[in-house]
Design a protein around this ligand. Structure first.
Ligand SMILES: *Cc1c(COP(=O)(O)O)cnc(C)c1O
Length: 380
């Protein structure tokens, strides 16, 4: 039996939405994307939302809008996808890594406090796997006396998550989402930034598009050509309407699909209770976005599990080896895996199992039986 790691679930409606854009003259960022930005503003109850062509380019645009560059430091967790740290490094700033909580695998206020320096300009907490970092507490306890340090939430795993009833974007300077192919809301490649800060939003509109003072749609407003100027350095991070057209129905139904993800995740949890598999601890008072279902294998068993799952036709991935263990960071930044024991150990032990709406019970049972078979080998 084949069990894919992920299935996007987009159907004929999505094809029609793209065809509708193709039927008009305007393929890049325009009215379709602006309507999605309105939808995001309403969904998250924030004053500003800006679509981007990836989380990564959105984060680069935000860091540019905050004037973060050489000489600056950005605090990031060691347990995340490389992009979280790469965006700082790309701009010549220094990613400063902190280890994560051993139970939840999330960034902690204590870790951030210990990593602060006079050069710290931003912190990027990651809502790993879909569980939210307590950003209000991070601000209060991690950044006490450092009010100028920006908090940028990495919400690539957490579109639907809540903490104390609040969605991302409440207590941060900006929150950034990914609509990459495997994410809970997807258009293949894409992303979005939400912010409550007017100044940051105005700067972001420029850094998202070459630093220009007006986008393509605005340059022709009123039927006459308006010259644009370039007021600051920007990147190319705007999302075309061809892709934005895939988002509205997914955003409208994301909570229904979360119920299905939650049921599947709980079914895995019940099956694995009492086994040697480690699961991240649940965050209290939170709604988990259930983006990924990671488990930790007993020491030294991870790669065996990956091979056995693959031979059984099951798609599994690793999210993630610690960023501090990756070759470029060890060589260019001198990171040492032993300085981040929690992230390093989890990164050497974890695999993510298939989790998507539409995964059948028979498929899930095949995953469970195959993985439990690997655990039993330990007793042979
Ligand atoms: C996917 C992901 C990103 C990068 O998203 P892109 O849209 O592919 O740039 C960043 N952070 C985390 C935690 C991710 O999982």
């Amino acid at each position: 039996m084949n069990v894919p790691f992920y299935s996007h679930g987009l159907g004929p409606d999505a094809a029609q939405a793209v065809a509708d854009v193709l039927g008009g003259p305007f393929l890049t960022s325009g009215a379709v994307g602006r309507a999605v930005e309105d939808q995001l503003r309403a969904f998250f109850s924030v004053p500003h939302a800006a679509l981007t062509n990836s989380w990564t380019n959105g984060a680069v645009a935000v860091l540019l809008a905050l004037d973060i560059g050489p000489g600056d430091e950005v605090i990031v967790p060691a347990m995340t996808f490389a992009a979280t740290a790469n965006v700082a490094a790309l701009l010549g700033a220094k990613p400063v890594f902190v280890d994560v909580d051993p139970a939840t695998l999330l960034m902690t206020p204590e870790g951030v406090r210990a990593a602060l320096s006079p050069r710290t300009r931003a912190v990027i907490p990651v809502h790993l796997y879909g569980q939210m970092v307590d950003v209000a507490r991070l601000r209060r306890e991690g950044l006490a006396g450092h009010g100028h340090v920006a908090i940028i939430e990495d919400c690539a795993h957490c579109f639907e998550g809540l903490l104390d009833g609040e969605p991302p974007g409440r207590h941060s300077d900006a929150a950034i989402f990914s609509f990459y192919a495997t994410k809970n809301v997807t258009c293949g490649e894409g992303g979005a930034v939400i912010t409550r800060r007017d100044d940051l939003y105005q700067a972001l509109l420029q850094t998202r598009l070459h630093g220009m003072s007006a986008g393509a749609a605005d340059r022709f407003k009123g039927g006459s050509y308006g010259h644009w100027d370039m007021l600051r350095l920007g990147c190319k991070a705007n999302l075309p309407d061809l892709l934005a057209a895939l988002l509205p129905p997914q955003i409208a139904t994301v909570r229904d699909r979360l119920a299905e993800r939650e049921a599947l995740a709980q079914r895995y949890e019940t099956a694995f209770a009492g086994t040697a598999l480690r699961l991240p601890a649940p965050v209290p008072n939170a709604v988990h976005a259930r983006h990924l279902f990671p488990v930790g294998l007993p020491a030294g068993r991870r790669d065996r599990a990956l091979n056995v799952l693959s031979q059984a036709g099951i798609g599994a991935t690793v999210n993630y080896r610690a960023v501090t263990s990756l070759a470029w960071y060890r060589e260019a930044q001198g990171t040492r895996p032993e300085d981040f024991p929690v992230a390093t150990a989890w990164g050497d032990a974890t695999i993510s199992l298939p989790l998507f709406p539409g995964l059948t019970e028979a498929q899930q049972d095949h995953v469970i039986a195959t993985l439990c078979g690997v655990l039993e080998e330990d007793f042979l």
